[in-house]
Design a protein around this ligand. Structure first.
Ligand code: FAD
Length: 415
């Protein structure tokens, strides 16, 4: 049986980023994904935004969003992941909200997002001419970015594959124990696996997978978010995201935003539910979202809704990430990455790699510049999209599971 340095459980945006980071540092890695496709749970139902963290309050989330700001754009460029720093305006629709804007600017500066500033009603109208004239003023957050949220993890996973990592789909990790030599012997639906360390990136099942190690310190509390997608417009109706003044610290509220491919989207809601799999949308909620979008941007009254979708956040009883290194167990928990996983995944991955080196004291088996050099100088990946919604890259086929990426990439079959 092959003995890997690291076994990553879960092929969402977090697991793919962790796999990429560890592989590129010479670790021999395997990623186990229980589904037939990568990126098919929480990571396939998000808004596709890389947030700056201007409104983040939780310690670890804030720390990692800050670190991610320095990494994201370079990685998007390196892997040719479509992205656009559209910025966002957080709009006041009444006097009470207007009075809150200076506090939002102060708070953003306190957490290090210092380019956030208040703008007048006139400046807002110039910036977003199609926004309802009921808007009284706004705070602008220039660094907010829209990105293809599916292509990012797929490019990371694909790069890891190219550098020797293994990815097993339809491979559910069901049990495991630490052997007398401290290795992990994991039982999966595809047989047994041996690894020196395990990284739990199981998203909506993070608490269940955690029990393989020890009693979970967190419980997943699924939170659904519904969206409606409008047809594309020949003329851009929005330059950036339109945020409401938030009414609590853990939910941004309903956003009207352009995707990186030019559709306008409204959502997400925040609905607590028992189910970890129910991603249905309902007419009443979608109608409310569509009405809100049309009130916010009146020109959307002439635009059809071409689709709806929902995602489920892996929320927990706490608001912050559950990043736990179980030093003597050679196990790292990356749980409860509730609503900023796309934004922070690269920094989370660097954090995990540092913990593997510093706390678990595991050296990479390939510590020469690794099979990293295996594809050095190779041609750019050949990428195309087939009409059935698969991305074909270097002989591999990836089903496009995210509705926003699917809508965008199918309309643009060649990257
Ligand atoms: C409505 C909504 C809007 C959002 N908007 C944004 C946004 O704009 N920007 C942003 O940064 N973030 C956003 N997020 C948050 C982001 O999507 C999540 O933080 C992220 O997807 C979490 O990724 P993950 O890899 O932890 O979980 P997942 O994507 O759920 O991945 C976990 C994987 O583990 C697999 N797995 C589970 N158990 C096992 C097992 N036993 N064996 C093998 N595999 C297993 C699952 O099948 C799954 O593929 C949003 C989320 C939602 C739902």
């Amino acid at each position: 049986m092959e003995r890997y340095d690291v076994v990553v459980i879960g092929g969402g945006v977090i697991g793919c980023a962790v796999l990429h980071e560890l592989t590129s540092h010479g670790y021999t890695c395997v990623l186990c994904e229980k589904n037939a496709e990568l990126v098919d749970e929480a990571s396939s139902g998000n808004s596709g935004m890389a947030h700056t963290g201007f409104d983040a309050h939780q310690f670890r989330e804030l720390q990692l969003l800050k670190a991610a700001r320095k990494l994201n754009t370079n990685v998007y460029r390196k892997y040719e992941v479509p992205h656009k720093m559209t910025g966002a305006v957080l709009v006041a629709w009444n006097q009470d909200e207007l009075a809150k804007l200076p506090g939002i600017v102060r708070q953003s500066h306190l957490v290090g997002v210092t380019d956030v500033r208040q703008i007048s009603q006139k400046a807002l109208r110039e910036m977003e001419p199609h926004l309802s004239h009921d808007a009284l003023g706004a705070v602008i957050i220039p660094g907010e970015t829209v990105v293809d949220p599916w292509l990012l993890p797929i490019r990371l996973a694909h790069d890891a594959l190219q550098h020797g990592a293994q990815i097993f789909r339809n491979c559910k990790v069901t049990d495991g124990y630490q052997t007398t030599t401290n290795d992990w012997l994991l039982t999966t639906t595809r047989g047994q696996l041996l690894g020196k360390a395990v990284i739990n990136c199981a998203g909506l099942y993070g608490d269940e997978v955690e029990k393989i190690n020890k009693e979970s310190s967190f419980q997943i509390m699924p939170r659904k978010g519904q969206f409606a997608i409008f047809e594309r417009s020949p003329k851009e109706l929005l330059n950036g995201m339109i945020l409401p003044v938030p009414f609590n610290q853990s939910y941004k509220g309903i956003i009207v935003f352009p995707t990186v491919y030019g559709n306008i989207v409204v959502g997400p809601t925040a609905e607590d539910q028992e189910s970890r799999i129910d991603r249905s949308t309902d007419k009443e909620t979608i109608d409310q979202l569509v009405n809100y979008a049309r009130k916010t941007v009146p020109a959307l009254r002439n635009k059809n809704v071409i689709g709806t979708y929902a995602g489920i956040r892996p929320a927990t009883q706490a608001k912050d990430y559950h990043l736990i290194t179980h030093k003597n167990r050679s196990w790292i928990t990356v749980g409860g990455i509730r609503s900023t996983g796309v934004s922070a995944c690269l920094a989370i991955a660097v954090h995990v790699k540092d913990e593997v080196i510093d706390k678990l004291k595991i050296q990479p088996s390939n510590n020469s510049p690794h099979s990293r050099s295996k594809v050095a100088g190779q041609q750019r990946s050949s990428i195309r999209v087939d009409p059935k919604g698969h991305l074909l890259m270097d002989g591999y086929s990836y089903k496009i599971t995210h509705p926003l990426s699917r809508a965008g990439l199918l309309a643009k079959p060649k990257l």
